[in-house]
Design a protein around this ligand. Structure first.
Ligand SMILES: [Ca+2]
Length: 473
């Protein structure tokens, strides 16, 4: 038996609950993967937007370490610049003898020369659009746009009369099937294939037969749709203003299109899994399904993602199936996308990949791993506009350090929809101090000097400072 193949499937902007049993979103092929593998119910991204997360997935280090702290296409180099000297785990697979391919959305760095990152074959231009404000001239009905004076209309969703075969997602997966078909001719060499769809990123534009799988009238508003964001940073309310004129029925149509977009991707996943089965490769292929960040989709009366640090944007799907993965396993421990490089290097080549993440091996191996550090950490450096934000999840608590406003603290067990900010509650000051102290420890351990050295008189507003642990141990 050769080393297992790796099929790494990543979508863009897909929140975790679209793949969970309670959802109205239909992804039966992903559900089947979860049934014969493991689903992580609390996997967090390291950043709520594309490039910082994607560069962390490649390098296994936090955005401040790899330098791509904002989106490749949206900001000048001085604002976000990838450190190309860092080791990347696909290169470790290639060096271990894997035949490697990457197709679809990249957005890790600006060279788009993937031969420099361990890929034998790639195409990162053909299967996605240029992001930002997308203008499309097809006829759409229905079609949803958000209009504001002096801004170009923002296309949110649309339904087109076009066959699935015309979509970028269908074509991307056809390319992927070609790759594994070729690879099957050389069964002695393992392969690693990365397929990266732009779907279900906005605008949620879908063929009509997918839209018709959903009835917008059946989609209820999320429990936090009416959150007025009181006692949260003022910028959250300012962003919420963008959506004030959008009524729930429009959110519901957007949600139907979003779910339809997820279902369209799911059909493609079914195609490649069927091909692996027919070509006798399925049993020796580790399949990973995940996404780079989520989408509010009406949560907190927001859409898209960005500086608000709520679960809708940060919790992502993570499903693994194949060799070394126990079947039907549901894991509730807190894990991070930062854990994937070490995990997948270990599960494929058996080797180690150094980085700032952990291997999920101990969680996958045993029924319980009581010494698992049940925490995740994320950092946000803004999105076009500058902000400084750090997010720490530890057991039931979530702490958000906001360099631009006051902090947030949530008890996710008691308040899963994040309606009550506990940061100013006297009873929670010890928890707040512990969370802030742990944040500083991670900042220290990962060399985030920009924050660690911010001890000048103007910056001293965290609940406790970076020296607190030293002074209190
Ligand atoms: Ca993205």
């Amino acid at each position: 038996m050769t080393q297992p193949n790796l099929l790494f499937l990543i979508t863009d902007q897909q929140r975790a609950d679209t793949t969970e049993p309670a959802t109205a979103c239909q992804m039966p092929n992903v559900e089947a993967l979860a049934a014969r593998g493991a689903r992580f119910n609390r996997c967090y991204t390291v950043n709520p937007i594309c490039s910082p997360t994607r560069a962390s997935l490649l390098t296994g280090v936090l955005p401040h370490t790899h330098g791509m702290v904002d989106c490749t296409h949206a900001v000048p180099e001085y604002r976000a610049s990838f450190n190309a000297d860092l080791p990347v785990w696909p290169a470790a697979l290639q060096q271990a003898g894997y035949h490697t391919g990457y197709f679809g959305k990249w957005h890790v760095e600006r060279s788009n020369r993937l031969e420099n990152f361990g890929f034998d074959e790639y195409d990162v231009d053909k299967y996605h659009q240029v992001l930002g404000l997308v203008e499309r001239d097809e006829q759409m009905s229905p079609r949803g746009v958000v209009a504001q004076p002096g801004y170009r209309d923002f296309l949110l969703y649309g339904v087109v009369d076009a066959p699935v075969e015309s979509t970028a997602e269908y074509q991307l997966y056809s390319r992927g099937i070609e790759f594994v078909e070729q690879a099957a001719k050389n069964p002695e060499q393992p392969w690693a294939l990365f397929l990266s769809t732009e779907a279900p990123h906005d605008p949620y534009v879908v063929p009509r037969d997918y839209f018709e799988r959903y009835n917008p009238a059946d989609i209820p508003p999320p429990p936090n749709f009416n959150d007025d964001l009181a006692n949260r940073p003022a910028i959250y309310r300012r962003i919420q203003q963008v959506w004030q004129t959008v009524e729930w029925d429009d959110f519901a149509r957007a949600t139907a299109c979003y779910y339809a977009f997820c279902s369209l991707v799911d059909d493609q996943i079914g195609r490649i899994v069927d091909f692996l089965r027919e070509s006798g490769q399925l049993d020796n292929t580790l399949i990973v399904f995940t996404s780079d960040h989520g989408d509010y989709m009406g949560g907190h009366r927001l859409m898209l993602k960005g500086i608000p640090a709520f679960e809708e944007a940060y919790r992502v799907p993570l499903i693994l199936a194949g060799p070394g993965i126990p079947a039907g396993r549901e894991l509730d421990q807190i894990v991070s996308l930062l854990d994937l490089p070490a995990t997948l290097t270990q599960l494929t080549t058996g080797g180690n990949f150094a980085g700032q993440g952990r291997s999920l091996g101990p969680l996958l191996a045993g029924p319980t791993a009581s010494d698992w550090p049940n925490e995740a950490f994320a950092e946000c450096h803004g999105q076009r506009f500058y902000y400084t934000q750090r997010v720490l999840w530890r057991d039931n608590f979530k702490y958000v350090f906001n360099g631009f406003d006051f902090d947030e603290l949530y008890n996710l067990a008691a308040d899963p929809h994040e309606l009550t900010n506990l940061a100013a509650e006297p009873a929670y000051q010890p928890v707040l101090a512990q969370m802030a102290a742990r944040m500083w420890q991670i900042i220290r351990d990962t060399g985030d000097d920009n924050l660690l050295k911010a001890q000048y008189g103007m910056f001293r507003f965290a609940p406790v400072g970076p020296e607190w642990r030293k002074q209190n141990d």
